[in-house]
Write a protein that binds this ligand. Structure first.
Ligand code: CU
Length: 122
């Protein structure tokens, strides 16, 4: 029992010690890197969106839902088609080619308090 607890803590410390972009490092380890994509990642965990990568029109990111419940990645003003994220899933999102640079609010249709801001670069 005691050994097991120590092992878990050690694993967390190792991940944190990788430094730099801790968030995507953690994501890659937890998902087993099944997507094969090398692009930016937006992680959802604990009913909360993680840090959002800046994207240019036409660029893609992978949205990884580490929760066991469904979430969505939905534009606040219908700037893109809502992305469905069932529990423990991931999906690709591509910024529409004709989306003007700027900041876009997004939210989760399932959880009213979940949301964030996507910056589309020029
Ligand atoms: Cu949600």
């Amino acid at each position: 029992m005691r050994m097991r607890t120590l092992g878990v803590i050690g694993g967390i410390l190792i991940v944190a010690a990788c430094g730099g972009d801790v968030q995507s490092t953690t994501t890659a380890e937890e998902t087993g890197s099944t997507s094969g994509g090398d692009g930016p990642i937006l992680t959802i965990e604990g009913r909360s969106f993680g840090s959002v990568p800046d994207l240019a029109p036409g660029e893609s990111m992978t949205i990884v839902n580490l929760d066991s419940v469904r979430h969505t990645f939905t534009s606040g003003d219908d700037s893109w088609e809502s992305v469905e994220l069932p529990g423990d899933s991931e999906a690709s999102f591509t910024v529409p080619d004709d989306l003007a640079p700027g900041d876009y609010i997004f939210f989760c249709e399932v959880h009213a308090d979940m949301g964030g801001r996507l910056t589309v670069t020029g």
